[in-house]
Ligand binder design. Structure first.
Ligand SMILES: [Fe+2]
Length: 367
């Protein structure tokens, strides 16, 4: 990418074509102290109040700086490297971390030990990079007293409070209102598919685990999606097209949201899976279409529940599991409540928490 000048016009040359950069695009990046707040990098003027017909009086490039005098009297000096960076049209911090697909063969994933100020340390970069690569990360020896989980979550970003509260306790209890509060096994699922938006990241913290069963299970929904796309394109297509209703009802609230079981982004790439087969209701479609849909959902469920894609491990006291609720499915194996206590605490944060922290740590340590 090269920035070049000709007749007081600014061009970018990407090696195959040369295009003029709109003068207004440059004008609204005016960055003198009158125009840009240095700390926040926010504009001190409203570009929508300017004439869009602004022109360039003269321009020159010296020592990688493009200096422009605009015909409204404004002078601006822009670093040409920072202009070139803007040609990448998406975030380059998170999207540059490639997802690693995994299945039951995943071994030796790096765990981290908790330490005071972990969230402000250089190691946090490693923690978050692991999270973005695999969709989860485990931090060991996290203090277990006084709902420390909430403190931990708020040290990364902000807890996403829901109608279940700031955090929830996963403990077997009498007359449970959710299967999570029984000793029964929980099949792989994503949490809260009925919310708009669905909570992005779940944090589960093991306070006590004295039982032999009750292991945590994880499935890489991204890997399952890509497998389905390759092996059963018809199933993949219908599951990425049909929106189904997810609903939660209790005495205080009715939550409802509609989504495909596999949601793609605007470039038709993987974005999110939702899977909670006790809560999803497909609308009435033509019988032929529904026939395909039900066969596709069954296949998807078989893949999610197969041993091939599942990892299983026991959370020990102090272990904290942070997982991407848009990418992974989670569950647990059955346990016997007579063997002892099993107590986990959970809460949610959204992607702005981990993304904001990762960018901050990169800036702080110049990574
Ligand atoms: Fe869950």
């Amino acid at each position: 990418m090269k920035i070049q000048l000709s007749n007081n016009k600014v061009y970018y040359n990407n090696g195959t074509s040369v295009e003029e950069i709109h003068p207004f695009w440059l004008r609204e990046r005016a960055n003198g102290e009158k125009f840009l707040d240095e700390k926040t990098q926010q504009r001190l003027f409203d570009p929508t109040s300017l004439s869009v017909d602004v022109g360039i009086k003269n321009a020159e490039i010296k020592n990688e700086v493009l200096e422009i005098n605009f015909n409204d009297g404004v002078n601006s000096k822009l670093n040409i490297n920072s202009i070139a960076q803007e040609f990448s049209k998406k975030d380059n911090v998170i999207s540059s971390i490639a997802k690693i697909k995994w299945d039951s063969n995943l071994k030796n994933i790096k765990n981290f030990d908790y330490k005071t100020d972990l969230s402000e340390s250089k190691e946090m970069h490693d923690v978050l990079t692991t999270f973005y690569k695999y969709g989860f990360v485990i931090i060991k020896k996290v203090p277990t007293e006084n709902n420390y989980l909430v403190k931990f979550a708020n040290s990364i970003g902000s807890v996403r409070r829901t109608n279940f509260g700031e955090h929830f306790n996963v403990k077997s209890k009498p007359s449970p209102n959710d299967l999570a509060y029984t000793p029964l096994p929980l099949a792989p699922h994503t949490d809260n598919p009925y919310r708009n938006p669905v909570p992005c990241i779940q944090i589960l913290h093991c306070i006590v685990n004295e039982v032999n069963g009750g292991s945590s299970t994880l499935v890489d929904g991204y890997n399952v999606t890509e497998t389905l796309k390759k092996e059963n394109p018809d199933f993949y297509n219908i599951l990425t097209q049909v929106k189904v209703r997810f609903k939660f009802i209790d005495k205080d609230v009715i939550l409802e949201d509609w989504s495909e079981l596999i949601k793609l982004d605007e470039y038709k790439n993987f974005k999110q899976v939702r899977f909670s087969p006790r809560l999803d209701f497909v609308p009435i479609l033509e019988k032929k279409e529904l026939d395909l849909y039900y066969r596709a959902r069954k296949k998807l469920s078989d893949l999610y529940n197969s041993e091939k894609f599942r990892i299983q491990f026991k959370l020990e006291q102090g272990d904290l599991l942070m997982m991407d609720n848009y990418r992974l499915l989670h569950g647990r194996t059955e346990f016997d409540i007579n063997e002892g206590n099993r107590f986990l605490q959970g809460c949610y944060i959204d992607f702005d928490s981990t993304e904001g922290k990762l960018r901050h740590i990169k800036r702080k340590f110049n990574l």
